[in-house]
Design a protein around this ligand. Structure first.
Ligand code: DAH
Length: 363
């Protein structure tokens, strides 16, 4: 037969331990040693099973009282310790709000993003909306609908990346130009159409002026009376705004693209004096020229493929390499450096955020 535990002594010992705990960790240790699974009160509770009737009841009540008192003491002491810890932290942490802000490194805007934004701003002010299409294209949109039938030599010229053959024998491609967005736009909207489509393009090619992934921007205008004068005016205004040179010479040279008729390549005036390439008008007009884009009146077959009646509508289109015009404008010699992800290069050629100027109104 077990004797009734002497709870009075136990209670004062435990309360003294609680009071003596001088940190939250020490208090937690006391709590575990008293109330935990193997704690001293818990163990005593287990011992009650050996008592009989009234004795067991009385001992249980006293033990419960001790447990309640100790639990209350722990909670109260915990609040005191927490308040003291907060006080100590606040006393140690003072902030001098008059100190200047420490400089922090800022990210930079990549020249491709910058050039793309500038193009969008210029064409945006001319009333163009931005259109998008997928990077992975089908043969129809990338070639056939642009009047490049199977066996057409232009398919070979594009150094296309093909995806593996599908069950029906067809192969998707990584789009070789942004021109398929012309077709997708015609399929999804009705004239008047006035869109630009900036985006990534892919060709299996790599040297100082070619990378397997590069960027183009495409433009498409379709309406009932759109003519070549509009095409020329639009492109001349764009070139002068983008390069920030109001009298920049712009030349249209007959060329050939399957999706336009007639087709023209667009050159801008430059100087190569002293072996240095500079863009602009150097007094006597321009005797040196630099090709920057392809353009033309949309071929009737292309309109038809896009679901637009060529008897009623006509339009113009052009496309150019964004990386290329960025290199020319910002004086970057090697295209491959654009995609090396070198932070030193980016901090040199990159642009500060929050400072994208309107290229139409000038810097
Ligand atoms: N898609 C052509 C290329 O990648 C560029 C081009 C030429 C786009 C003439 C056009 C255009 O819209 O009319 O080389």
């Amino acid at each position: 037969m077990t004797t009734t535990p002497d709870v009075t002594e136990l209670e004062s010992t435990l309360l003294a331990e609680v009071t003596a705990a001088d940190s939250l960790e020490a208090l937690e240790a006391v709590r575990v040693s008293v109330l935990g699974r193997k704690g001293r009160i818990t163990e005593q509770m287990k011992g009650l099973g050996g008592l009989e009737g009234e004795a067991r009841k009385a001992a249980g009540q006293s033990l419960n009282r001790v447990k309640d008192n100790v639990t209350a003491a722990i909670s109260a002491h915990q609040l005191d310790l927490e308040a003291a810890a907060l006080e100590a932290r606040l006393a140690g942490e003072t902030t001098d709000v008059t100190l200047p802000v420490r400089p922090r490194p800022h990210g930079r805007i990549h020249p491709v993003s910058q050039a793309m934004e500038e193009c969008i701003a210029i064409f945006g002010e001319m009333g163009f909306a931005v259109a998008e299409g997928p990077d992975i294209e089908d043969d129809f949109h990338n070639f056939t609908a642009l009047n490049i039938p199977p066996e057409h030599p232009a398919r070979q010229m594009h150094d296309t990346f093909y995806l593996p053959e599908r069950d029906d024998g067809s192969r998707l491609v990584l789009r070789t130009h942004t021109s398929p967005v012309q077709i997708r736009t015609m399929e999804n909207s009705k004239p008047p159409i006035r869109v630009i489509a900036p985006g990534r393009t892919y060709r299996s090619d790599s040297d100082a002026t070619h990378t397997p992934m590069f960027h183009q921007i495409e433009a498409l205008v379709v309406d009932e009376t759109t003519h070549m004068g509009h095409l020329k005016g639009c492109i001349i205004d764009f070139c002068r705004a983008f390069f920030g040179i109001p009298d920049l010479p712009v030349r249209f040279r007959p060329s050939h693209f399957p999706f336009t008729e007639p087709s023209m390549e667009v050159d801008i005036g430059c100087s190569r004096a002293g072996g240095e390439l500079r863009i602009g008008n150097f007094g006597d007009g321009a005797d040196n020229w630099l090709e920057i884009m392809g353009s033309g009146m949309v071929h009737p077959k292309v309109l038809e493929y896009g679901g637009i009646d060529p008897a009623k509508y006509q339009g113009f289109a052009f496309g150019m390499g964004i990386d290329r015009i960025a290199m020319l404008k910002y004086g970057i010699a090697d295209l491959r450096t654009f995609f090396d992800a070198d932070l030193r290069w980016l901090s040199h050629y990159g642009f500060a955020p929050l400072a994208v100027p309107s290229m139409v109104r000038g810097l």
